[in-house]
Every structure is written in structure tokens, then in C-alpha cells.
Design a protein around this ligand. Structure first.
Ligand SMILES: [Zn+2]
Ligand SMILES: [Zn+2]
Length: 256
């Protein structure tokens, strides 16, 4: 069974639009399973954004938990939030924890301010540095989200991540994933764009050569029509490099 391991609903992710019913319906229509991974970004500049009460989450969504629907979380990594993130992860029965880099040096990289007066090399190096620092300090997570997140929002002529330009960061990140038995997400959000597919293809080829085995597929859907989007392309990459799609149940890796 294919799992979409990265889905947000409006009930607990402050930037999402789909209801749990729309989500369940879309999973059924696509004949796939799913993991809800609501956003928690502690210490976000606007304290009302990207937080939810995990007790409420489990009490409201526990009735939907099944073989084909799991309850996870997407945790935004920042030094300031580290202790709170660890407590959240340890104290709640998530099926899967996604580690994500949304904030770099205290700035949300969704907004253009982060890139002001910075070369692509500077902002992308800061981004990968934050990711590397984040995963090393957090440790307690299952899959690493969207390596190419910055390509969604930076405004450079060429926003793509070319492995050869950032290999010293990417190699270290991949090495961490491999030596700590984590999975790496293939996030399909940008996969309408073949250039974005090619950059991830290249990184996955390196991941496989270095000994990487496990990947999760994630649409990062915030609306129901995006669930399972471009999974055929993700699946082609997985097959090409002999990578094993997995999902998580009670924090244990399962073959999808
Ligand atoms: Zn994210
Ligand atoms: Zn997400």
C-alpha cells in the first residue's frame, strides 16, 4: 500500500484548508493510505501560528486512526525550540515524526526578507547549515522533510538545489540519515516542475550510492486535491535507485 506520509488538515495546521473528511475521501479516491502530520513550529514569530494542542489532536483524531490512517507530526527545528520539541515527541504517541527546516536564523524562509541582500550561495548555505544542526541536535525523528523546501520560496533566477554546489552539506545530511537509520522524504510538492524532479533525482542517486535505503513519499497537501500528487514520479525515482518506500506506525518503520 502506498502511503502519503505528509498531510495537513485545517483542524490542527493553521495554514491548511482541508477537513479530515476531505482528506479521508481523497485518500480513498486515490486508493492510498495516509499519515496526518500537523505543523508544530515552536517559537515561530507569531505565537498563534503553527502550534496545536497534542491532547486535543489525539482526542479528536484517535477515532480515525487505522491501518490506513496514521497520526504524526511535522516538527519545525530551531535551537530555541529544541527542548520543547523533544518533550513534545517523547510525551505523545505519534506514529511518525517529520523533522523540518522552515526557520533559518530566526527567519521564516517563506518570506522574502530572509533573502534580502544575500547571494543564493549564502542563503542556501545558511539553510543547509540550519538543517544539519537541527537534525544533529533533535535526533529523535523518523524522516527528514523536503530537502528542497527553500526552492519553493527563494526568488533567485535558478532556485534549484544543484548537488555539486551544496554537496558538502548534502553529503553530511545524507550520511546522518543513513547512519542513524532514518528515512528521507521525497516531497512531491514541486514535482510539476521537471527541473525540480531532476534535482531530487540527482540527490537520491547519491543517497543510494552512499548506502541510503529508506524513503517516505510526502505530498505536503494542505488541500485535498494535492493528496498523492506526483507520486508516480516519486515512485520512478525510488525504483531507479532501489530505494524502499516506508511509513511509520508507533514510531516503527514499516515497509509500504
Ligand atoms: Zn514543511
Ligand atoms: Zn508540511
Amino acid at each position: 500500500m502506498i502511503f502519503d506520509c505528509h498531510i495537513h488538515t485545517k483542524h490542527f495546521s493553521t495554514d491548511a484548508k482541508m477537513t479530515i473528511d476531505e482528506c479521508l475521501n481523497a485518500l480513498k479516491c486515490n486508493n492510498i493510505s495516509g499519515i496526518i502530520t500537523e505543523h508544530i513550529d515552536y517559537d515561530y514569530p507569531d505565537p498563534a501560528q503553527f502550534v496545536f494542542d497534542p491532547n486535543e489532536y489525539f482526542s479528536e483524531f484517535i477515532k480515525y486512526r487505522s491501518d490506513s490512517l496514521k497520526l504524526g507530526v511535522e516538527v519545525g527545528m530551531q535551537d530555541l525550540a529544541l527542548a520543547k520539541n523533544k518533550v513534545l515527541i517523547q510525551n505523545n504517541p505519534f506514529d511518525m515524526v517529520i523533522a523540518a527546516t522552515h526557520m533559518v536564523l530566526g527567519a521564516d524562509i517563506y518570506y522574502p526578507e530572509f533573502y534580502y541582500d544575500k547571494s543564493k550561495e549564502t542563503s542556501y548555505s545558511e539553510y543547509f547549515d540550519a538543517m544539519l544542526n537541527g537534525i544533529n541536535k533533535l535526533g529523535d525523528f523518523d524522516t527528514l522533510a523536503h530537502l528542497d523546501y527553500i526552492s519553493r520560496y527563494s526568488h533567485y533566477d535558478d532556485p534549484y538545489i544543484h548537488y555539486s554546489d551544496y554537496h558538502r552539506y548534502i553529503d553530511e545530511i545524507l550520511n546522518y540519515i543513513i547512519s542513524n537509520d532514518k528515512a528521507l522524504e521525497i516531497n512531491t510538492r514541486l514535482f510539476d516542475d521537471e527541473k525540480a524532479v531532476n534535482t531530487i533525482d540527482e540527490i537520491m542517486s547519491v543517497y543510494s550510492k552512499m548506502g541510503g535505503k529508506y524513503i517516505t513519499f510526502g505530498s505536503d497537501a494542505h488541500i485535498a486535491s494535492n493528496i498523492g500528487m506526483n507520486f508516480k514520479k516519486a515512485s520512478n525515482i525510488a525504483q531507479r535507485y532501489n530505494l524502499r518506500p516506508v511509513y511509520f506506525e508507533n514510531r516503527n518503520m514499516q515497509y509500504a
